[in-house]
Design a protein around this ligand. Structure first.
Ligand SMILES: [Zn+2]
Length: 282
């Protein structure tokens, strides 16, 4: 994707340098435990424990920032451009439909993060929290997408995932997410999962709509990168990799084929009214 020299969003909160990673904090505390026990012996164990809690609490806040590499900085700037693109395109689409687009924040983190939806770690993958209307991402996820799930990778895979998470923000603004959760109440797990699939596929559709209006900035191969990422994160692909079998009733995001289909539909039509995943997938 062409992004150098283009507008960067101010709505990225870069916390990558702040957390310093869990391992560093843990290592420091363990180091102190051993030191204190050696000095004071068993009897003062309780005092040591209290002191440790304080040290641990203090340390997490004052942990020295891990400096960002040049590559990290560049990735951050790329994310800022993709977010700016989403802001421009969705502001326009919303105003054309008589609505106002509220710009969400995007938080870059490493290791673990606190959100209005609870604590999360890199292992949860990128996500959107409706409680604080922020997208959370650890860019390390994209390495895993390549190494564990066999996606092609590339910058547009990241752009697709950002646009998908923004898709959940669109659904929050439009009230679709709230309606979906209401509809899930009292349903069987399989039925509730089907509604979740419809919501996820619609977010893929919105990512496609974003790509449609960003055509002039696309490079050859970008759409393939997005489709490859969509293919890699299909429920069937993930289940067959992780547990060796596929259980369709437990799908929450849709199959690889469905995810690619809805992204492509958004990309080819650019028409938000055609994201009819709730009517078509039952
Ligand atoms: Zn999603």
């Amino acid at each position: 994707m062409k992004w150098l020299g283009r507008r960067q969003s101010d709505n990225v909160e870069d916390r990558r340098g702040l957390s310093g990673g869990k391992a560093v904090v843990g290592g420091g505390v363990i180091g102190i435990v051993i030191l204190l026990l050696n000095v004071f012996g068993g009897e003062t164990g309780k005092t040591v424990g209290n002191a440790l809690e304080q040290i641990q609490g203090g340390q997490q806040q004052t942990e020295a920032a891990a400096p960002l590499s040049k590559e990290d900085e560049e990735m951050g700037n790329f994310v800022r451009v993709v977010l700016a693109d989403n802001e421009d395109i969705w502001s326009k689409i919303f105003s054309e439909n008589g609505m106002t687009y509220e710009k969400p924040k995007l938080v870059l983190f490493r290791g673990s993060v606190q959100t209005a939806c609870g604590g999360a770690s890199s292992a949860s993958g990128p996500f959107y929290c409706p409680g604080d209307r922020k997208v959370y991402m650890d860019l390390g996820f994209f390495e895993e997408l390549k190494t564990k799930f066999g996606a092609k990778g590339g910058d547009f895979a990241i752009a697709y995932v950002i646009a998908h998470e923004i898709g959940h923000h669109i659904q929050t603004l439009m009230g679709t997410s709230a309606k979906m959760r209401e509809a899930q109440e009292g349903k069987s797990e399989a039925q509730a999962n089907k509604l979740s699939v419809a919501l996820e596929l619609q977010a893929d559709f919105y990512a496609g709509v974003w790509a449609h209006y960003n055509k002039e900035n696309l490079d050859v191969g970008d759409i393939d990168e997005a489709l490859s990422a969509a293919n890699a994160v299909g429920d069937d692909a993930i289940q067959s990799k992780m547990q060796g079998q596929i259980v369709p009733d437990s799908f929450t995001h849709g199959t690889s084929e469905q995810r690619m289909y809805w992204f492509k539909k958004g990309f080819s039509t650019g028409d938000i009214k055609q994201g009819t995943t709730f009517e078509e997938i039952r």
